[in-house]
Write a protein that binds this ligand. Structure first.
Ligand SMILES: C[S@@+](CC[C@H](N)C(=O)[O-])C[C@H]1O[C@@H](n2cnc3c(N)ncnc32)[C@H](O)[C@@H]1O
Length: 325
């Protein structure tokens, strides 16, 4: 197999054209079949010539089919461009626009060894979301079923649940994961800790799921002392968002609250091999975070007085189970 050319590897036309057609809503306009680029341009409120060139380019990438000159349909692969998940993740008018433009900070981030998101957008990522309620709502929705599908409650093997009747979901987002856990385990009670705007959405999600009587939402930062004495503390897609000092500080808050008897569960933050590259993911440019290998993660946990009891390879992803050291 020939190695891809530099031009193919460095091409920016495809990723930007994908984002632009999603932003313009073109894939939805093709839900019922073939339309001309002129007709699409009127419906999307854009220029027909530019649109036709973009669609022809993306036809070359297998996402659209040009049935006759200037007439386009979505291919099977192009169906991925439709729906809320695509809009939230890649639409340039919402949080997807922040993700896309944040990549332009990569060179400075690499030079300085830290995220420079605030220099471009005026505030660090979470503060930027708090200052723009529409972006925060997008982000919460993206982390929920619209972006990531229905959450899988299988975070621990059955035997590891033994004796656990309370859980704190630390940085639990809009409550979709906690709702799935509570639904799957009728004996479980849950507390969700989140920043204020997201905490309010979580309260609503849990109430709509009929779980208000088994759940509590606490609007506070996870850098402050956490509700103490629960059996389990869940950090799902949190530790991978932060560089070591902040990640260790969050784990320390969990360790303090868990005491000698609680366990801390960390999902989405540990790779199963120290030698595999941890990946260049958007968390790096947004927040300076990354997935860590098992040894590196164990060293981080030790800074918080925690030891890795087990790494569970669960359908919901690899989960590190931590106990007091
Ligand atoms: C990547 S999301 C993960 C959400 C959820 N745990 C999940 O797995 O879907 C990170 C979450 O951390 C929350 N967060 C960020 N900084 C926080 C802080 N200082 N205190 C509490 N929550 C915070 C964000 O609001 C966001 O919902």
């Amino acid at each position: 197999m020939n190695a891809p050319s530099l031009e193919e590897l460095a091409d920016l036309a495809t990723p930007w054209a994908i984002r632009v057609v999603i932003t313009l809503g073109v894939p939805e306009l093709l839900a019922d079949g073939t339309r001309s680029s002129e007709d699409l341009a009127v419906a999307a409120g854009c220029d027909a010539t530019y649109l036709r060139r973009m669609l022809a380019h993306l036809a070359g990438r297998g996402l659209f089919r040009q049935e006759r000159p200037g007439w386009f349909a979505l291919t099977e692969a192009g169906q991925q461009l439709r729906g809320d998940g695509a809009r939230l993740g890649y639409g340039l008018d919402g949080v997807g626009g922040r993700f896309a433009h944040a990549w332009t900070t990569l060179a400075d981030a690499v030079r300085e060894g830290r995220p420079v998101y605030a220099e471009k957008f005026g505030r660090p990522f979470w503060e930027d979301l708090a200052a723009h309620p529409e972006l925060s709502a997008d982000f919460d929705a993206m982390m929920g079923p619209a972006g990531h599908g229905e959450p899988d409650p299988r975070i621990l093997p059955e035997e590891a649940w033994a004796g656990a009747s309370t859980i704190v979901d630390v940085g639990g987002g809009a409550g979709y994961k906690l709702a799935a856990l509570l639904k799957a385990r009728p004996e479980l009670r849950g507390t969700l800790v989140e920043l204020p705007p997201t905490a309010a959405r979580a309260e609503q999600v849990l109430a709509e799921a009929g779980l208000a009587d088994r759940s509590e939402v606490v609007a506070q930062s996870f850098f402050d002392p956490l509700p103490a004495g629960a059996d389990l503390y869940l950090l799902s897609s949190i530790i991978n968002d932060f560089p070591d000092p902040e990640a260790a500080a969050i784990l320390t808050r969990c360790a303090e609250a868990a005491g000698r008897t609680g366990r801390v569960l960390v999902r989405g933050a540990v790779a199963d091999d120290d030698h595999q590259p941890s990946g260049l993911e958007v968390e790096l440019v947004l927040l300076g975070g990354r997935v860590r290998g098992p040894d590196e993660f164990a060293a981080l946990a030790a800074r918080a007085g925690l030891a890795v009891r087990a790494l569970h390879d669960q359908p919901a992803g690899l989960v590190a189970e931590l106990i007091p050291d």
